[in-house]
Design a protein around this ligand. Structure first.
Ligand code: WTA
Length: 676
């Protein structure tokens, strides 16, 4: 479709293709506390036939939504058209664009080259040490073809899983796209994750191939990676080969026959490969994310619906102009943001992107601004935690650079506090760039709630409204929509194209985690608290479960607790997310040591922090570990994290009446007071 005839900041408000639900339609549909009639009758809706309601033909809103998505899907190349937009008869297992066949890599790469854009830059890549590489769409096509041919030469075939643990180097993108091209679901594991975390992900997915590198640059140092992945693959018989990119030149342990250098295998391959098409529902990737238990969930995404929504949201949320914009998403490919908004969305839209390998303060705190100036970045998408870090470093740093190319700013990962919003707008956006606060999740696959630039008035701290095509609500415990000014749970009341298709190998957990809470209404439970303001705009309030959000990364309390108790000196542990001015939340742990070790706390806590970093990864290292004699528990033995959060945030401890032993909090406070 043609680009909307407006630019952000020109003050005009233009209706987009599908109108966003206005506060008035919301009122008529929802605050009446009864489910909207169009939801009850969506085709194949879980409501159809429920409670004796005869299933009816779809009413306009649902049909319009499907027509909207069909138009968006039409922007992609399909080898075989779909016969049905949505099949929801097996809810909550959705099938979008059933019968349609496409190749995701063709849509991200080949079709742009075929349309004459081979010379357009796909990535301006910059390494942490300062080396650079410019990759055009034609280059990308050759590299992806070579990589695909290499994977074929290893005997991989459609449906086999490939694990990828790589730093932010171009080969990471080549590897993902080669997998997509061949119908091999990839499982990308963040480079900072421990061998144990990698191992459990490889095992769960049964990966046949692992792609990694010799080492990775982190804060100016070359750190080993292959040595870590070797530790993981010692216990994973499913892995037949390890393909190793040479990045740092570090010496690596080597297993003859199993290990292969990328430059030997891939570089020798022909640079042409004819892609075949796959079913719209063919698995594209698995991405593990923390849930409320210790075991991460493998979130499954498929092809047609996912690509449709990531492309659409990337284009609209950032008002992308592929011919002129230079877009930079600062996430790591190990997270969903990297999948959807570094790889699949931008490439499907033929964007020119910046990709940067390293940390933002290597070798100096102006590194990001220097990159923005050098490449003329016009759309910059980052996380509130980094904005707050920039604030801490000081506004004199961005002031040294020419940031006038910036026209849209994005935010993701956690609620952006108004103070950070204003700083971002002033010091990066010259008071005029719209800030697109995007709410979404690994599970949603793509942006769901965001103020579309130019079409929404600025409201610092609010993600505002679902994007066109999406429906979301804030509801109470029973699932009834709350009124303006009220709080509740965020739910998604209509299926969406990029929704997760399940938890890898665990259908029960999928139903249980996301659909059981409001099973009677068929709502997806996001796990976030939210409220409507007086205009009917949505404000996200953080997780309502035991998932912490540290620097925009999801970490479950249970995961850290289980790492802590795996340390011999620890008898019991409880972990809470305490608010932190830079990281949003910080991990604070309370541990009971085994008899005898009670007061040599200093050494134990330092060792424990390292232990958690080894078990999970440095991002899970507790900010603080307090040694306590007891933990506050209810009569049924559940740890009352609320009280521990009070202690961690140095507040007056709240209501203790449901504790099995109400003196426990005094004991904890007294103990901490004399150990301080
Ligand atoms: C939180 C990251 C408020 C939220 C894309 C969600 C946000 C979790 C925002 C998903 C935002 C993400 N405003 N909260 N703009 N973006 N969150 O799976 O709690 O790593 O449930 O996906 O991050 O984290 P995930």
């Amino acid at each position: 479709p043609p680009r909307p005839p407006w630019r952000p900041g020109d003050g005009r408000v233009v209706r987009l293709a599908a109108s966003r639900p206005s506060p008035t339609t919301r009122t008529s549909g929802g605050t009446s506390m009864t489910p909207r009639s169009d939801l009850r009758s969506a085709p194949g809706s879980p409501f159809a036939g429920a409670e004796g309601t005869p299933s009816r033909p779809p009413e306009p809103a649902a049909a319009e939504r499907l027509a909207f998505w069909a138009r968006e899907a039409g922007n992609l190349d399909w080898e075989t058209p779909w016969s049905q937009v949505l099949d929801w008869t097996d809810a909550p297992f959705a099938r979008w664009f059933t019968g349609g066949r496409l190749n995701v890599a063709h849509n991200c790469v080949d079709r742009h080259v075929e349309a004459g854009h081979g010379d357009q830059v796909a990535f301006h890549w910059e390494g942490e040490p300062g080396d650079t590489r410019t990759i055009t769409y034609a280059d990308l096509k050759r590299e992806v073809c070579k990589t695909a041919n290499a994977l074929l030469s290893l005997g991989l075939s459609t449906g086999d899983r490939v694990a990828i643990q790589l730093p932010m180097i171009p080969e990471a993108v080549f590897a993902m796209l080669a997998c997509a091209r061949l119908g091999l679901p990839h499982s990308v594991v963040f480079g900072g994750f421990s061998p144990a975390a990698l191992r459990s992900r490889i095992e769960d997915a049964g990966a046949r191939l692992l792609i990694t590198s010799d080492g990775q640059y982190r804060r100016g140092r070359a750190e080993p990676l292959k040595a870590n992945t070797d530790e993981a693959t010692r216990h994973t018989p499913s892995v037949e080969h390890v393909l190793v990119v040479r990045r740092t030149g570090t010496e690596v342990p080597w297993t003859e026959g199993r290990d292969l250098w990328w430059h030997d295998l891939v570089d020798a391959q022909p640079d042409e490969h004819r892609p075949e098409s796959f079913d719209a529902e063919h698995p594209l990737f698995i991405l593990y994310t923390s849930g409320t238990t210790g075991k991460p969930k493998g979130i499954l995404h498929t092809s047609g619906g996912y690509l449709t929504q990531v492309a659409y949201t990337h284009r609209t949320a950032f008002d992308l102009a592929p011919d002129t914009d230079v877009y930079w998403c600062t996430a790591d490919i190990g997270w969903i943001t990297g999948h959807s908004y570094i790889v699949y969305g931008p490439l499907a839209n033929r964007a020119t992107s910046v990709m940067y390998e390293g940390t933002p303060n290597t070798p100096h705190q102006g590194r990001h601004f220097e990159i923005i100036e050098r490449f003329g970045v016009s759309v910059y998408y980052t996380a509130p935690t980094l904005i707050r870090t920039f604030m801490k470093w000081g506004e004199h740093i961005p002031a040294r650079y020419d940031l006038s190319s910036i026209r849209v700013l994005g935010s993701v990962g956690e609620p952006i506090n108004p103070e950070a919003w204003r700083w971002y707008r002033t010091h990066l956006g010259a008071e005029r760039a719209p800030i697109v606060d995007t709410w979404w999740q690994t599970e949603t696959g793509a942006v769901m709630i965001a103020p579309v630039p130019g079409a929404a008035p600025a409201k610092p701290g609010s993600a505002q409204q679902p994007v066109p095509g999406i429906s979301a609500k804030v509801v109470d415990d029973q699932g009834a929509e709350v009124g303006r000014g009220e709080r509740g749970y965020l739910v998604l009341d209509q299926p969406w194209p990029s929704m997760l298709r399940g938890v890898w190998g665990d259908d029960e957990r999928y139903r249980e985690t996301y659909w059981a809470r409001f099973a009677h209404l068929g709502y997806y439970f996001a796990g976030d608290g939210a409220r409507y303001d007086e205009d009917g705009d949505i404000w996200l309030l953080g997780r309502v479960d035991d998932v912490m959000n540290v620097s925009g990364h999801r970490i479950s309390t249970a995961e850290v607790e289980s790492a802590l108790v795996s340390y011999p000196a620890v008898a019991e542990a409880a972990v809470v997310g305490a608010s932190d001015t830079t990281t949003g939340q910080a991990i604070v742990a309370f541990v009971i040591l085994r008899g005898g070790v009670v007061r040599s706390a200093g050494d134990v806590t330092a060792a424990l922090r390292e232990h958690v970093a080894r078990e999970i990864g440095p991002i899970a290292k507790p900010r603080q570990i307090m040694v306590v004699p007891e933990l506050p528990k209810t009569r049924s033995g559940k740890i009352m994290r609320r009280l521990l959060r009070d202690v961690a945030e140095k507040r007056e401890v709240g209501d203790v009446t449901t504790l099995a032993d109400s003196s426990v909090m005094d004991l904890i406070n007294a103990g901490l007071a004399d150990s301080r």
